[in-house]
Write a protein that binds this ligand. Structure first.
Ligand SMILES: O=C(O)CCC(=O)C(=O)O
Ligand SMILES: [Fe+2]
Length: 348
């Protein structure tokens, strides 16, 4: 047990204490955080989705289908979002974490539906103990209504632009997925009301940790929404689970890491599983990730696509209003308890 007390609600301040040699006991999270390497993580070239060459387009659609089906994760390249904007959103997010504590504390969450929240987060484990995470975060709902912390002043414009530029990429991917699932053209736009799609921005700050094997940034979980986009500052830490094994991810310069989230699993009636992933920490370098969770409209009721239910003989998930699902998830602090499990229709 470490002698250093945690007086702050943010891990950054604790990690910057020069006397810290081990983690305070409330951060202890027993897990094997080693990840395997794979040279077959799927890479999808976004620009080929609009290729005039039908063979090329067919090939990228097939690659996207197998990435969604087998890995639930892919590395998106040539997406057209300027590198300058990706760098700017990471820089503005870092500026947020560097604000004085009292400024960040203004956004401490009072309820799951607060549109802007900040803190570091903790969970209750199966032994009913509170586990603190080795990460600080800031989250805000950015679409259909735009919310943003007032400081740093660079964040608002950058975040607005980032949200505006990620939405068409998300929608084009959803159209390709609609085609891959054999759904009628226009079905996802209408059923999920994608003009008003929900987007949640989250930035995570993982300071260096003196005992990275004893702590966790974010434990294994799946995300709400359809597709999650993630970029980072070049420090590795995202791991995904594939066939029961944990894999480290990598990303070429300027790429976006994309993963299937819960509502894609529901929509596809279980064909495209929401991928379990986690964030591990290290002794050396601060890691920052910026996440854009892309979902259906808050008021849309998400259910398995009727055409797939017909093929499968039955739905495997119960319908639920999108925003209700998100807010249930954001207020659920139980480790290992998945919202998706709650709406799964079990075999009779
Ligand atoms: O920082 C990461 O790599 C993972 C973040 C994440 O999974 C999340 O914010 O939901
Ligand atoms: Fe996540």
């Amino acid at each position: 047990m470490a002698a250093v007390a945690q007086n702050s609600s943010f891990v950054k301040a604790l990690a910057e204490n020069p006397t810290l040699k081990s983690i305070p006991s409330q951060f202890t999270f027993a897990t094997d955080s080693k990840g395997s390497q794979s040279d077959s993580l799927p890479i999808i070239d976004f620009s080929l989705l609009t290729s005039p060459n039908p063979d090329q387009r067919c090939r990228v659609l097939a690659d996207l289908d197998s990435a969604c089906r087998e890995w639930g994760f892919f590395i998106l390249v040539n997406h057209g979002i300027p590198e300058k904007l990706l760098k700017a959103i990471i820089a503005s997010s870092l500026e947020f974490f560097e604000l004085p504590e009292e400024e960040k504390r203004r956004y401490e969450a009072k309820s799951a539906s607060d549109p802007v929240k900040s803190g570091s987060g903790s969970l209750i484990n199966t032994a009913n103990q509170r586990v603190h995470l080795w990460r600080d975060f800031v989250k805000s709902y950015v679409h259909p209504e735009f919310n943003c912390p007032t400081e740093p002043h660079t964040l608002r414009e950058t975040l607005q632009e980032f949200s505006g530029k990620t939405r068409p990429v998300f929608r084009k991917l959803m159209h390709a997925i609609e085609e891959n699932l054999g759904l009628e053209q226009g079905f996802v736009d209408e059923a999920l009301k994608l003009d008003s799609c929900f987007q949640l921005y989250a930035a995570n700050y993982y300071p260096p940790c003196p005992e990275p094997d004893q702590a966790i940034g974010i434990p294994a979980h799946t995300d709400h929404g359809l597709l999650t986009f993630l970029i980072h500052n070049g420090v590795a830490g995202l791991q995904i689970q594939h066939n029961g094994e944990w894999f480290d991810t990598f990303s070429p310069q300027n790429a976006i890491l994309v993963n299937n989230a819960d509502h894609l699993e529901i929509l596809s009636n279980g064909r495209y599983k929401s991928v379990r992933h986690r964030a591990v920490v290290n002794t050396e370098a601060t890691r920052i990730s910026v996440v854009m969770a892309n979902g259906a409209a808050p008021e849309a009721v998400v259910a398995p696509a009727p055409a797939l239910v017909e093929k499968d003989g039955r739905p495997f998930y119960r319908p639920m209003k999108f925003i209700e699902y998100v807010e249930t998830m954001l207020s659920n602090r139980l480790l290992g308890k998945s919202n998706l499990d709650c709406i799964k229709i079990q075999d009779e």
